[in-house]
Structure formats: structure tokens, C-alpha cells
Design a protein around this ligand. Sequence first.
Ligand SMILES: Nc1ncnc2c1ncn2[C@@H]1O[C@H](COP(=O)(O)OP(=O)(O)O)[C@@H](O)[C@H]1O
Ligand SMILES: [Mg+2]
Length: 180
Amino acid sequence: MNRLTLAALTGTPGTGKSSISSLLSLGGYLVFNVTDFIDLPEAGSVETGESIEVDTDMLRTRVAGRIGSTGPGLAFISGHLSHFVDCDVAIVLRCEPHVLRKRLDGRGWSSAKVIENVRAEVLDVILVEAAERINEVFEVDTTGRNPGESMAAVLRAAMERPDDLRPGSIDWTGEIEEWF
Ligand SMILES: Nc1ncnc2c1ncn2[C@@H]1O[C@H](COP(=O)(O)OP(=O)(O)O)[C@@H](O)[C@H]1O
Ligand SMILES: [Mg+2]
């Protein structure tokens, strides 16, 4: 890869962005958080309809500056707002809503905040936001996988752009009546 490929690692809170980012870093991949480069409102919940101005030229320059000329051609930007950056590819982490609720229940958040995020997952909020902004979008289902397996799928999405990870196969809308 000659040109730097920037991959946004995004998803509803609790889908595994931080866990997978840590594994990617341990594996030697460059992983940044959006907040490394720009000040954003406090992370933690999905706010629909949110519009964020990001200086993407500055972001790319800073990332490229950190990588240098001999570094790898692939860098990740992690965070539930990372798909607002003009990345080459967005990888949206997904989690079945009941499982996501269990993950979020362990955080000490209010039940309203937990349900708000579970509902956002049911409604594909982040997937839709990403698809509106980024040409190449992939989904990785973290349900019933461990973080290492999820990381492998993330890398496959970023490097191979495989059809089986393109949006379409994950659908929680059958649970809408249960959550709304
Ligand atoms: N396949 C998986 N991928 C990522 N995280 C997983 C997976 N299975 C279970 N988890 C757990 O789900 C939680 C995800 O939390 P975290 O990584 O902080 O998510 P986020 O950064 O998206 O909010 C962690 O406790 C992690 O151990
Ligand atoms: Mg996180």
C-alpha cells in the first residue's frame, strides 16, 4: 500500500471498539482515537442527528506524520464518532441487543442511557450514519465471538474489503417491538 489507508472503527458503545483497538495496538497496528486529534463532546452515548465538524486534512496530516514514510499503510481511528472523519473505510462493530445490554449493564450507567444505546443498535443508527459519509462500509458482528476473533474480522474488512462483511446480513429489527 503506497497511500495511507485510514479505517474508522466505530459502533454503538459496548460493541467492542476499545477492546479491539487494544488488541490491534498490541499487534503492532497504528490505532488512534478521534479524541487524540480533536476535542469532541464527552464520549459515551449515541446522539442521533449529531453533526460534528472535523478538520480531516489536519487529521490525515497528523496521522501521516506519526506514521512516517516507512510505516505501515493502514491506520485505524477508533471511537463512536470516528465515522464522521473522512476515512477510506468504516468498520461498524455490531452486537445483538440483549448481549449489548448485558455489556452496558456492567458500566454503572443509568438504565435510560443503557436503553438509549441498545435502541440505537437496534435501529442501525451508526451503520446508517457511516453509510451516509463513507463509501466503503463493513460490519463485524461481535456477538458470540471473542475480541481476538473480532479483531481478525476487522483486519479482514480493512485489508480485503470482502463482500461477506458488507452491510446487509445483520438485522436486529425483529426485536424492535421488544425495545420500543
Ligand atoms: N467479540 C468481542 N469483541 C469486543 N469486545 C467484546 C467481545 N465479546 C465481548 N466483549 C466485551 O464487550 C465489552 C466491550 O467494551 P469496549 O471494548 O469498551 O466497547 P466500546 O469501546 O465499543 O464501548 C468488553 O467488556 C469486552 O470484553
Ligand atoms: Mg470505548
